[in-house]
Design a protein around this ligand. Structure first.
Ligand code: AMP
Ligand code: GLY
Length: 422
């Protein structure tokens, strides 16, 4: 079958790499893709939210399955667009409907859903400009630090954690007055949860689910988890503290009630759910839902999946996950993200990249790269994820870091302490 992957990051390269191994695959296309995906299939210059262009490409190229990488097309309703179009009736798509994508697209919707289905999460309330004073009162009822979240999508920047109550109040007012545009017309204020974070993933057809390998992601730019948030600077899978007992709790208290809620709300959800969890003394709390895979988590999750992922995705799209299982590689996989100087702030692009070569146990996933005149150039803040297999975290990281040093481009930056807290 012909497959189209939507997106252009390390996540989409890793998904493409995995799909490429399937005997079910005929042709692979990636829109818009990057220099790495172009080596596995054909890159197509179409934006991920240009539904009309995607439709004509799909029809012309006999695409049987679309895998949606990022959240934006899902929140904009790509599933509904395909479902409602008779010409596209036979095209399968991995990703939830627009109302399902609200689990990521609206923090208030997600929190109300968790409350309704008794899924452990931080205590919260949401506010608009009309009742910001009630927001001040709610802040006063909480203990520092204060967590303020823009309701809508804000490219990962919509969460503010503030220690000082007066500053938190000022932030609340500024957010409601448009600090993050319309995304912060509504703000969720919640209790701060003290613990250690991890990312848990399932593939679901809305009824059954398969648990994928969990991962720990390192979001801050600086070593020791300091400085501004990024899209993610590295990841490790498996996560040692996510032992059998903890994961059983996650399944019972979080995953199963979420899938049940999706059924009760009649949400058409065929795709990945990413549970951003906080482990607080052995109890999992949901910090956020995402309705897609994580990046860079995918760059450690995909290498650990032994089963034919494309086959499982087809089963997902056809409501046939019941009775399916997934085989996981026992080894540890680490990834280290090479980023451009200045990221997550302003950075320059089009720096030539050298030193990309194969080696045992190492997988190179491109993020922000492109090819111009046969040269690979940087094309984003996050440039390349260097993933590696190992017998343990240290062993995997040694291989990731060895390769991270070999790859060269002007202004290359990366965290040297991925996995420091495990
Ligand atoms: P989110 O976009 O909801 O994942 O929030 C971004 C980051 O803020 C998370 O990855 C956490 O590190 C932190 N965070 C969000 N909510 C809370 C909370 N209730 N308690 C502690 N940290 C939080
Ligand atoms: N790595 C976090 C995310 O993909 O949202």
């Amino acid at each position: 079958m012909n497959v189209l992957v939507l997106g252009s990051g390390g996540r989409e390269h890793a998904i493409s790499w995995k799909i490429k191994q399937s005997p079910l695959l005929t042709k692979l296309f990636i829109a818009p893709g990057n220099a790495g995906t172009g080596q596995l299939g054909t890159n197509v210059a179409i934006n991920v939210d240009d539904f009309d262009a995607i439709k004509s490409f799909v029809l012309k190229n006999n695409i049987a399955l679309i895998i949606v990488g990022p959240e934006v097309p899902l929140v904009k309703g790509i599933r509904d667009f395909f479902k409602n179009d008779i010409e596209l009736a036979n095209v399968k798509l991995i990703g939830p409907s627009k109302n399902g994508a609200l689990l990521e697209g609206s923090k208030e919707f997600a929190k109300d859903f968790m409350a309704k289905y008794n899924i452990p999460t931080a205590q919260y309330k949401s506010f608009t400009l009309a009742n910001y004073e009630a927001g001040y009162t709610f802040l006063e009822s909480l203990k520092a630090p204060y967590v303020l979240k823009a309701d809508g999508l804000a490219a990962g920047k919509g969460v503010i954690i503030e220690n000082d109550i007066d500053k938190a109040k000022t932030q609340l007012k500024e957010m409601l007055e448009g600090k993050f545009g319309t995304a912060s017309n509504k703000v969720v204020i919640e209790e701060f949860l003290d613990g250690i974070e991890l990312s848990v993933f399932v593939l679901t057809d809305g009824i059954d689910y398969l648990l994928l390998p969990e991962a720990k992601d390192y979001k801050r730019i600086g070593e020791g988890d300091t400085g501004p948030n990024t899209g993610g600077m590295g990841a490790i899978s498996p996560v040692p503290f996510a032992d059998k007992k903890f994961m059983q709790r996650v399944e019972e208290k979080v995953i199963k009630p979420t899938i049940e809620g999706i059924q009760k709300e009649k949400i058409d959800f065929k795709g990945f759910i990413f549970f951003g969890l906080m482990n607080k003394n052995g109890t999992p709390y949901v910090i956020e839902y995402n309705v897609r895979m994580g990046d860079p988590e995918t760059e450690v999750v995909m290498p650990r999946i032994k089963s034919d992922l494309l086959k499982l995705l087809v089963a997902t799209a056809e409501n046939k996950l019941s009775g399916k299982s997934i085989e996981i590689d026992e080894r540890t996989v680490s990834t280290v993200m090479l980023v451009s100087q200045g990221y997550p702030g302003a950075y320059e692009k089009e720096k030539e990249i050298n030193g990309i070569s194969e080696s045992t146990d190492v997988l190179i996933f491109h993020a922000g790269t492109k090819i111009v005149n046969n040269k690979i150039l940087t094309n984003g803040g996050r440039v390349i994820a260097v993933s590696a297999y190992g017998n343990n975290i240290k062993d995997a990281l040694n291989k990731s870091y060895e390769k991270a040093e070999e790859i060269q481009f002007q202004g290359k930056n990366y965290r040297k302490d991925i996995g420091f807290d495990l």
